[in-house]
Design a protein around this ligand. Structure first.
Ligand SMILES: [Zn+2]
Length: 294
């Protein structure tokens, strides 16, 4: 009897250890997914530019342009200007520059990454896991080719126009667990402008911000930069997590062409930890003293 009891205890013991292991793993994943930078210091963000073969000067100039030194408001948007944009947006909420973008040398890639599972796609757990990992592993292999820093990483993959149909359904995504954002853009001048818009959006996802659009509409009030403006329409700016400039009640929204027309709204600022909940609540309660500076 005693030995049977002992065996049972051992079995229960093993069961508990396994459960505890699963629990620890679960908590670790949850914690990794809830990560938010400590804004007292600037966060290092590695920007990894990836591209297919550069067949002509136009393609080469797209890659060269996005790396050029520039500030917000300069002629063509670049990654250094995007760093400046983050600093300006944070300053409106009364904080120091939040991110330092480190551009690596552009890397040519021989092929496109395997497609990750799409939202709403019906897949078994196993298949979803396999496809997600194949996608992440492809990018990890690129990251291993250049020195990177602790912090976060944004992969910006420029795709030649003929290859576009293969990634047309691939939206830019963020993976908080690996602190990585993945941006896909056509290798054109306009594609470069969009890569910068998407890089800002995916970085803020990494920091904990949620989308603020439904279908092709900006959600009111959180998807509006100036929800209490009189008159409310047209809005002047696009909220970075909504990505449209509302023009008229129920009417079409203006798309965003350059990241300079985007601003970080109060809800997003609260989600990423730039303002506290009390200020956010006061703001949406109509207290003008809680407004960010301009
Ligand atoms: Zn999004």
């Amino acid at each position: 009897m005693a030995s049977r009891g002992g065996w049972f205890k051992v079995r229960v013991g093993i069961g508990l250890v396994v459960l505890a292991g699963v629990g620890v793993q679960y908590l670790r994943v949850r914690r990794a997914e809830a990560w938010r930078p400590d804004w007292r210091e600037r966060l290092d963000v590695t920007v990894l530019l990836l591209h297919g073969p550069l067949q002509d000067d136009a393609a080469r100039s797209v890659i060269e342009r996005v790396q050029r030194d520039a500030a917000v408001g300069d002629d063509r948007p670049t990654f250094p200007a995007l760093e400046d944009w983050f600093a300006r947006e944070r300053a409106r909420y009364g904080g120091p520059p939040p991110v330092k973008l480190h551009l690596t040398r552009p890397l040519e890639v021989p092929d496109l990454p395997p497609a990750p599972p799409a939202a709403g796609e019906e897949l078994s757990f196993r298949e979803r896991y396999r496809r997600t990992h194949a996608f992440l592993d492809w990018f990890a292999a690129q990251r291993a080719r250049v020195p990177t820093r602790k912090g976060a990483t944004v992969f910006v993959l420029f795709v030649p126009v003929p290859d576009l149909p293969r990634i047309a359904s691939q939206h830019s995504v963020a993976d908080r667990r690996s602190r990585s954002g993945f941006v896909f853009a056509p290798l054109t001048e306009q594609g470069a402008d969009h890569a910068l818009i998407d890089a800002a959006h995916e970085l803020l996802h990494l920091f904990g911000a949620t989308d603020k659009y439904e279908g092709d509409r900006c959600v009111f009030p959180h998807g509006f930069v100036e929800p209490f403006a009189e008159p409310r329409f047209p809005q002047r700016f696009a909220e970075v997590m909504a990505q449209g400039i509302p023009q008229a009640q129920g009417g079409r929204e203006q798309g965003v062409r350059y990241f300079e027309s985007m601003r970080v709204g109060v809800e997003t600022a609260w989600e990423v930890g730039w303002v506290d909940q009390a200020r956010r609540d006061r703001y949406y309660g109509g207290d003008v003293s809680a407004e960010p500076a301009w």
